[in-house]
Write a protein that binds this ligand. Structure first.
Ligand code: AMP
Length: 211
């Protein structure tokens, strides 16, 4: 089954997607990761997206939709997780067209529900490997050697958009633009709420029960 995984910044979409990739062989399509890869490679798309991302704002729909379309055309039958897309109702409408054009279907839109205080604490402590993207948390899951990735030995840093002032802008963008998707997916009969609070394994078990 193909799924949409959505929730506020810090809800754990990336962590849970990584587990679904590892254990269920699904393909993760994370628009945030694709943008970060473009920024690293200094492409034109990367430089267009960076200004918005650093400010905690959503990248304009036209840019995101074109980027996702290229990925969907090239899936080769693998089940996929849309992680961080769609994030607005116009993106969800564009997705419907893209799915239709490519003979694809979404089974469920799984919403990871996490209270705001938990989201803020997660993002404030989150650190990410600058090379392989592995995620850590200063209190809950620090790397064995401070500032060094356990997996690849590269530098572990705070994302620019996890800094406090930017996090607030991201949460506002989420509340304004992404929350309305709950109603959108509910009307399509695809909406499922899953609690995103607790241990990673518990959350994974709750999520995978819906697949
Ligand atoms: P994420 O890694 O999913 O938290 O995304 C990081 C940032 O990338 C977001 O704050 C946005 O600036 C941008 N971004 C990722 N996905 C989207 C999307 N579907 N629509 C607009 N902007 C996006």
């Amino acid at each position: 089954m193909n799924i949409i995984l959505f929730g506020a910044p810090g809800a754990g979409k990336g962590t849970q997607s990584a587990l679904l990739v590892e254990r269920k062989g699904m393909r993760q399509i994370s628009t945030g990761d694709i943008f970060r890869a473009h920024i690293k490679q200094e492409t034109r798309l990367g430089s267009e997206a960076k200004t918005f991302m650093d400010a905690g704002q959503l990248v304009p729909d036209s840019i995101v939709v074109g980027m996702v379309e290229d990925v969907l055309k090239d899936l080769g039958g693998q089940n996929f997780i849309l992680d961080g897309f769609p994030r607005t109702v116009p993106q969800a409408e564009a997705l419907e067209m893209m799915l239709l054009n490519n003979g694809l279907k979404i089974g469920k839109a799984l919403f990871l529900e996490v209270p705001m205080a938990v989201l803020i604490a997660r993002l404030a402590g989150r650190r990410v490997c600058t090379n392989c993207g592995a995620t850590y948390h200063v209190l809950v899951k620090p790397p064995a050697s401070p500032g060094v990735c356990d997996l690849c030995g590269s530098a572990v840093e705070q994302r620019q958009d996890d800094k406090e002032d930017v996090v607030l802008t991201r949460q506002t963008a989420y509340a304004t633009s992404t929350e309305p998707l709950k109603e959108y997916f509910a009307q399509k009969g695809q909406f499922v709420t899953v609690s995103g609070v607790g241990e990673t394994e518990e959350i994974y078990n709750r999520l995978s029960a819906h697949l």
